[in-house]
Write a protein that binds this ligand. Structure first.
Ligand code: FPP
Length: 247
């Protein structure tokens, strides 16, 4: 498999799909053409991750900050989301891919929201891979909303302050039951996390490529995975301690 070590593949890959606008500008097209082309990259990467055996793939499709973009671009992105869901449902079912969504989903336009929930529900039985779309997502917003829910539970005596820990707090996040990302890929050469999965990325390896998202394909994914496999993740331990650990 292209030099990849199957046993050391990341369980969860998260991607900041950046550079659609620049891709379009380079070709004297409008930004929306860049997003349309970006969907092709989404399809290619979902298929490749499924083939390679990656269990969780999270795509940052629309950030909470993206609501500040021009109205026509927001509508186009929401339209593309619906088109993607409509066109990919059969593919997801055939390939046993479960769809999940994270973010402030209630703020999505009703038709996009409903189609999203419907697709999520239709794929709940699929278990080969989980595709997570981050939509109207902000890491700080997610943490604040988790704290609100936690306080309600505390008030209702469902949790005591001394039970709040690094193990229990993630149950209040929208990524409950999803392991933290092992690898974050960001396209288009920017070295930023951009309010993505702030809690979850405490130990995530970061890989940045200059490739613009619409050009990102399987070869680029493999490069990122090979780079990841060359790294040693120490989680605060020394190399000597790691060498003594079983497995
Ligand atoms: C960043 O490029 C990309 C986005 C804000 C949206 C990403 C969306 C897609 C790839 C298409 C929709 C996805 C799905 C899953 C339906 P940018 O516009 O910020 O690029 P720029 O920084 O070059 O301007």
């Amino acid at each position: 498999m292209e030099g990849l070590i199957k046993e050391r593949l990341p369980r969860h890959v998260a991607i900041i799909m950046d550079g659609n606008g620049r891709w379009a500008r380079q070709k004297s097209l409008n930004r929306i053409e860049g997003h349309i082309k970006g969907i092709e990259a989404v399809r290619a990467v979902v298929t490749s991750c499924r083939e390679l055996g990656i269990k969780f793939l999270t795509l940052y499709a629309f950030s909470i900050e993206n609501w500040r973009r021009p109205g026509n671009e927001i509508s186009a992105l929401m339209g593309l989301l619906q088109r993607y869901l409509r066109e990919e449902l059969d593919e997801m079912l055939e390939n046993n891919i479960r769809l999940k969504a994270i973010g402030d989903l209630d703020s999505l336009p009703r038709d996009a929201h409903d189609m999203l929930i419907e697709t999520v529900e239709k794929t709940t039985h699929c278990d080969a891979m989980v595709l997570i779309l981050a939509l109207s997502y902000g890491g700080r917003d997610e943490i604040i909303r988790a704290v609100r829910r936690l306080i309600v539970d505390a008030k209702n005596k469902k949790i005591r302050p001394d039970q709040i820990s690094e193990e229990t707090f993630p149950n209040y996040l929208s990524t409950k039951d999803i392991p933290d990302p092992d690898l974050l890929i960001r396209t288009s050469g920017e070295y930023r996390i951009s309010n993505f999965l702030l809690w979850q990325m405490a130990y995530t390896e970061i890989y940045v490529t200059k490739t613009l998202w619409p050009d990102f394909r399987k070869e680029d994914l493999i490069k990122a995975l090979l780079n990841y496999q060359r790294r040693q993740r120490r989680f605060g331990l020394t190399s000597e301690q790691l060498a003594m650990e079983p497995g």
